[in-house]
Every structure is written in C-alpha cells, then in structure tokens.
Write a protein that binds this ligand. Structure first.
Ligand code: ADP
Length: 534
C-alpha cells in the first residue's frame, strides 16, 4: 500500500518569517516616507515664515516709502527757501494724507527748530538731536549718503516712544539741517498690522536695530527666542533694522511622528494579517495529513476485517461441505433400515406403524435434499473448469425440456439469446433455478407463462429478465428471498429448501454480476440479472 508522506513533521516557521520580513520592509518604507514628510513639512513651514516675513517687510517698506515722500517734499521746499511759515500748512496737508505719521519736524543744524503739530510737542523745540552720542555716527552717515534714515524705537522728547525718519537738507551745497517724520509706536504697529506684544496666532515678531541686534532695544514685548526654531530674519536698510519672524508652533516634527506611529501600526497589522494568511494553507495541509492518516488506518482495518471475513467464510464453507458430506452416510443408513423394516415387518405393522415409517422416510428424503443443497451452496462459485463459449439458447432449451412433462400447458418463450464466454455449469445452474422457481411458484389453476428477454447488452455484459405469471412475492419479503434458508410462509406447501436463490446470488456475484427482483403478489415475478459476457 502506498504510504502517505507527511508534509513536514517539523514546526513550520515560514509564516513568522514572512511576517518579520514584511514588517522590516514596511518599516523601512515607512521610515523613508517619514523622512520625506519631515523634510516637506519643514520646508512648507520655512516657506510660510518667509512669506510672512516678506508680508511684514512690504508693510514696513510701504510705510518707509510714504515717510520718505513726506520728508522729501519738506526737504525740497526747504532747499528752495520756501517761506518757513508755510511749514505748518504743508505739514498739515501731508499728515492728513498719511494718517500714521504723528508729526513732522524741521531741524536746523542739529537743533529741532519747528514741529507740527506744535501742540503737545512744545518741548521738542530747541532739542539738540546730536546730544545722543549713539546717533551721531548715524546722522553723519545720513549726511554723507544724502538719504533718509530711521531711528528707533526711541523714547521721544515729547513723551512716549516711536520711530523718527530723517533726511538731510542741503542749501547751496552745504549741510543745513534735517526734515523729519515722527511715527509713534502705536501707529507704526497699526500700519504693519501687529500689536505691541509682537505675537499673532501663528507667529512671533521682533524688530531690532542692526548694530545691537537681539541684545538691544526691541520693538515688541514678547520674550520669544529667535535663535531657535523656524525663524526668518531680513534686513531693512532704510531703518537699519532686522525683522525677525518666528513660527510659534512648528508642526513638522509632530506630523512626521504621527505618520511614523500610524505607519508602524499599519505595518504591524499587515504583517500579522500576512502571517495569518500564510498559516491557513499550512493548517489545511495538516488537516489533510491528519485525515489521510485516519483514512489509511480505517482502510487497514477494513482490509483486516475483509481478510478475517474471507477466512471465516472459507471455514464456514468447508464446515458446510464436511457436515453435508459426512451426514449423507448415516442418513442413507437411516433410510435403508427404515425401508428394510417396512419390507420385513409389513405384515406385523399396523396402519399407524406404516404411517410413522412413511413420515420418517419422507423426512429423511427431505433432509437428504437439504444436505445436497447445502453441499451445492458450499461448492457454488468455485470453478476448476476454464471459461468457454456458451450458447444461452441451448441452455434454456435444455432446461425447458425438464419441465415439459411436469407442466404440459406451461409456455416458456425466449428471445434470441447471446453467446457468452463464461463457466458453463454455474450459468446453467442460475437459469435452472430461476426457470425452475418460475414453474414451481406458478398459480395452481393457471398455466405458467414464462418469458426470457434481453433488456440490456453491452460489449462486456448482458442483462437478462425472466418473468412469470406466478403467485408473486409480497414487497416486504423481496429482500429476504436471496438469503440462505429463507422461505416464505405462505409457500410452505410447495417443496423447497430456501437455498436455490442464495446459490444463484452467490454464483452471479462471484461472476461479478448483480441480481434483483420485482414482483406483484398474485400477478407474477420478474428476476433480472447482469453477467459478464467475456
Ligand atoms: P426454495 O424454492 O427452495 O424454497 P429458493 O431460494 O429458490 O428456495 O426461493 C426462496 C423463496 O423465494 C421461495 O420459498 C419462494 O417463496 C420465493 N420465490 C422464489 N422464486 C419465486 C417465484 N418465481 N415466484 C414466487 N416466489 C418465488
């Protein structure tokens, strides 16, 4: 027998390996993507800060340009010796057009000489702007370059703080003084749309003088550290300022981390799922293996039982043979002595005694028939002869001859039957038993009509039908009639041993054929059998 080979007795680590490999690959991909996201998000936020810086710078530059226009007009008219009394009306109209400028000034040499509006700014008149040594270099630089410069944020002489933009004035190519605009811190911040904390929802701001940088005076009160984080710094030459803008809450790190954590989780889930998927076929294989082993065991058991059964069968057949063979001799003795008694003591015996002897002889005869049938049964299916070509028509014809005298009105008809290659005596016995029964179980007052037909014929087998119009068999007994010694109760008056059909069945099955029956009580029976023809 072919032995089933186990798929693998060792524990299968492949699913775990697959899971680890896929997790490692997914983790590498996740790390790479996280790095890309980190970079992209970082660049996005840097760009955001740069855009904001450029926005604020634009506002500042627009303010500086407007202030420049104001001081330029004052400078131009001063250089052209305009009536200084016009300073007030000119400044008034300039201030009306530039709301964020708080005041204008004319400085002769380094002393403030006129201020508009004068009200509230009186103490500026006569103030020497050169007093502050820090400003000196800037003032000289502005004179040298002949351009506006901004100072601030500073404490204003008139109180409060703000920025001052000044432009040098030259008359007859000689330094004359300055024209100036004063922008208070409040207006300055309004113009650049910020409050004095220097903090918006997203950003922190700071404006410082270039020479002091973050160590010096600051525009805004916030305490943000501009040396750290996403910071952008830009220089504004007109005020000599640095503008710092910082992103309050950078998100690039958080976003990258969030992505990394979720991708690790996803990688884990995918790897576990892959492990499970790859485990299923292994489980299936194990199941098939287990079932195959079970089947193998069952098969072995079955073969063992079949062997045992065939041995028991052989023993039984041998037993039946020995018994039936050995019983014949004593039975013959019984019959012969009874016959002797009948002959010798015929005169002495009264009618009762003669009747008893008759019953005893009859019983012995029946017993002999049974013994012979059992012997027949035990021999059925064991053929020593060779297969030969048999003409079934001849067989039926021969058997039909047996019953001509017993049933003179009986009709046995048959179709042309085939020639088959088989064992003659068992085939003969099958036909004889079935035809014999058809006659035997015919109705007492009706001529038996028996028909033999071919109902199926193939290359290898033939199916034959033998039907009669006899007494029939009740449905519930149909299964029983092929069993050894089974006779139907209502046929008890018809002689028989209940072995004939058992022999027929045994012969047909040994020839690899089948037999079955259909019958209707009081109408007739039809026996079918299939036997090989080669
Ligand atoms: P026997 O004829 O010796 O009793 P069989 O084995 O030949 O034994 O038949 C078994 C039983 O089947 C018979 O007793 C009978 O009741 C029934 N039987 C067999 N052939 C027919 C038939 N052609 N018509 C009706 N009954 C039948």
């Amino acid at each position: 027998m072919k032995k089933y080979k186990s798929p693998s007795k060792k524990k299968n680590y492949w699913p775990t390996k697959l899971a680890v490999i896929s997790f490692t690959i997914l983790l590498s991909i996740s790390s790479f993507l996280t790095y890309r996201i980190y970079k992209i998000e970082y660049s996005k936020e840097v760009l955001q800060v740069k855009e904001e810086t450029s926005d604020v710078k634009n506002q500042l530059e627009s303010m500086i340009n407007n202030s420049l226009n104001v001081v330029k007009i004052i400078t131009f008219l001063t250089e052209k010796n305009f009536d200084e009394t016009d300073f007030e009306s000119l400044s008034k109209s300039l201030l009306e057009k530039n709301e964020y400028i708080d005041a204008t000034q004319l400085v002769k040499d380094y002393t403030i000489y006129k201020t508009y509006p004068l009200k509230g700014n009186e103490n500026t008149i006569g103030y020497n702007i050169n007093a502050d040594s820090l400003n000196k270099t800037k003032l000289f630089e502005a004179i040298k370059q002949e351009k506006i410069f901004f100072e601030g944020p500073i404490k204003l002489v008139q109180g409060g703080d703000g920025v001052i933009g000044r432009q040098p004035i030259f008359k007859d190519n000689k330094f004359w003084g300055f024209s100036a605009v004063i922008i208070r811190t409040g207006n300055f911040l309004k113009k650049i749309k910020l409050n004095n904390s220097g903090s918006s929802e997203l950003f922190e701001y700071q404006i410082v003088q270039k020479h002091t940088d973050l160590r010096g005076a600051k525009f805004f009160k916030n305490k943000a550290n501009f040396n750290d984080g996403i910071v952008n710094k830009t220089y504004l030459p007109s005020g000599d300022w640095y503008l710092y803008v910082k992103l309050k809450n950078p998100q690039y790190g958080k976003k990258a981390l969030e992505f990394f954590i979720s991708s690790i989780l996803l990688s884990l889930v995918i790897s576990i799922y892959l492990r499970k998927l790859s485990q299923d076929p292994i489980k299936l294989e194990e199941l098939v293996h287990k079932k195959t082993i079970d089947l193998e065991k069952a098969n072995q058991q079955l073969q063992l039982r079949a062997k045992e059964l065939s041995e028991v069968n052989k023993e039984l057949e041998h037993f039946a043979y020995v018994i039936s063979h050995d019983l014949q001799e004593p039975l013959r003795m019984v019959t012969s002595f009874l016959t002797q008694i009948e002959k010798k003591y015929n005169d002495v015996l009264d009618d009762k005694g003669k009747q008893y002897i008759f019953f005893a002889v009859d019983g012995a005869k029946r017993m002999k028939k049974t013994i012979l049938d059992i012997l027949e049964f035990s021999k059925a299916g064991k053929y020593t002869e060779e297969k030969e070509l048999i003409d079934l028509n001849e067989i039926v014809e021969e058997i039909s001859g047996f019953y001509k005298n017993g049933y003179p009105n009986g009709i046995l008809s048959y179709e042309k039957l085939p020639m088959i290659k088989s064992y003659r005596s068992p085939v003969f016995q099958v036909f004889q038993n079935l035809i014999g029964n058809a006659f035997k179980y015919s109705k007492p007052n009706e001529a038996p009509i028996i028909k033999i037909r071919i109902i199926d014929m193939s290359d290898n087998s033939v199916t034959i039908e033998i039907s009669d119009n006899g007494i029939g068999i009740e449905q519930e007994y149909l299964d029983k009639i092929f069993v050894l010694f089974q006779r139907l109760e209502n046929d008890i008056h018809i002689k028989g041993t209940g072995i004939g059909l058992a022999i027929v069945k045994k012969i047909i099955e040994r020839l690899n054929g089948t037999i079955w029956v259909k019958s209707v009580k009081n109408v007739g029976s039809t026996f079918y059998f299939t036997i090989p023809t080669k």
